[in-house]
Design a protein around this ligand. Structure first.
Ligand code: CAA
Length: 297
């Protein structure tokens, strides 16, 4: 059994805590916000209930998973016993640097410090610590309990031993790890985000409407969601920030974010989490309709 601390109780953080606790690890969930911790724990309980209903786990599995989970707003206390920390806080480099400075200070010297970042350089994050060889990317996909992939990203200084441990740990969680190197967007978002951006550019140029673009990719390419629906699901702010990382990191104009994406984020249309993106969402409903600003196209 390993003591694992997850930093950040949002969508990714609570999913990561759920999966580690379900696989027998003692997990501490840390967030600066007490309300976020409450919402994160409620989501974990709801997702465990769903797994019980689908007969993937028993009531007893659910109870023991919840028993292995504690939470706190005190980071120093939360990482005191950690053998592995997985950071899943908001995607801001300044925030990640502050968190990793604190993790380096308070986590045991032997602890591995992983980040779930979707595009920020692992090497930059590791550089604020005194243990860059123990810093690594552990990039889970949303929804974490369902998606099989963990993209394991080696920073410039990450050791072979730490990479091996994280690959093994991911397999023990029932996931399929893939090792990649630290370049902008890694592999997942270097390929996914330009596809999403191209879908938005196609909409911008009037090549087709929202539903038509998504239908082509769903039925033609067997994607479970079309690129515009997936962008809403990921969060348009996250998509935009990843496009910025690619654009700045490679200096290639092909990565310039589409102006509609920039405008939507500026206007607070962030997708599912704000209730509207390319589609409109009603709280508690799985149904979505094309947002009014795009329905006339
Ligand atoms: N916890 C546990 N189980 C869950 C769950 C959750 N949060 N969400 C869904 N499930 C389970 C359901 O119980 C269901 O299980 P069964 O197949 O056994 O019945 C299964 O997942 C499918 O769920 P639904 O039937 O409710 O819905 P669906 O068929 O529409 O699938 C989906 C939902 C799995 C999200 C699917 O639409 C999908 O695969 N979408 C694409 C997801 C994707 O691309 N994710 C990556 C995003 S990119 C990212 O995360 C990284 C980044 O850096 C941006």
């Amino acid at each position: 059994m390993t003591h694992v601390t997850v930093i950040g109780a949002g969508t990714m953080g609570n999913g990561i805590a759920h999966v580690f606790a379900m696989h027998g690890h003692q997990v501490v969930l840390v967030d600066v916000n007490e309300g976020a911790l409450g919402r994160g724990m409620a989501t974990i309980t709801k997702n465990l209930d769903r797994m019980v209903r689908k007969e993937k786990i028993s009531e007893q599995d659910k109870a023991s998973t919840l028993e292995r989970l504690t939470h706190t707003t005190d980071l120093a206390d939360g990482v005191r016993k950690a053998e592995l920390v997985v950071e899943a806080a908001t995607e801001r480099i300044d925030l990640k640097k502050k968190i990793f400075t604190d993790l380096d200070k308070y986590a045991p010297d032997t602890a591995i410090l992983a980040t779930n970042t979707s595009s920020i350089s692992i090497t930059q994050i590791a550089a604020v610590t005194n243990r860059p060889e123990q810093v690594i990317g552990m990039h889970f996909m949303n929804p974490v309990p369902v998606m099989k992939l963990v993209e394991v990203i080696r920073g410039y200084a990450t050791s072979d031993a730490v990479t091996r441990q994280i690959m093994e740990k991911s397999k023990a969680l029932g996931k399929v790890p893939v090792e990649v190197n630290d370049y902008p967007g890694f592999i997942s978002n270097r390929i996914l985000m330009p596809m999403i951006n191209e879908a938005i550019i196609s909409l911008h140029e009037g090549v087709a409407g929202v539903e038509e673009i998504d239908t082509v990719m769903k039925l033609g390419m067997a994607h479970p969601m079309g690129p515009l629906q997936l962008a809403d699901f990921i969060g348009l702010d996250v998509c935009l920030s990843i496009m910025h990382v690619l654009h700045e990191g490679f200096g290639n104009p092909k990565y310039a974010p589409c102006p509609i994406l920039v405008n939507m984020v500026t206007a607070g249309r962030l997708g599912v989490k704000s209730g509207e993106g390319f589609y409109q969402y009603t709280a508690g409903s799985k149904e979505s309709v094309v947002a009014p600003s795009f329905s006339a196209r």
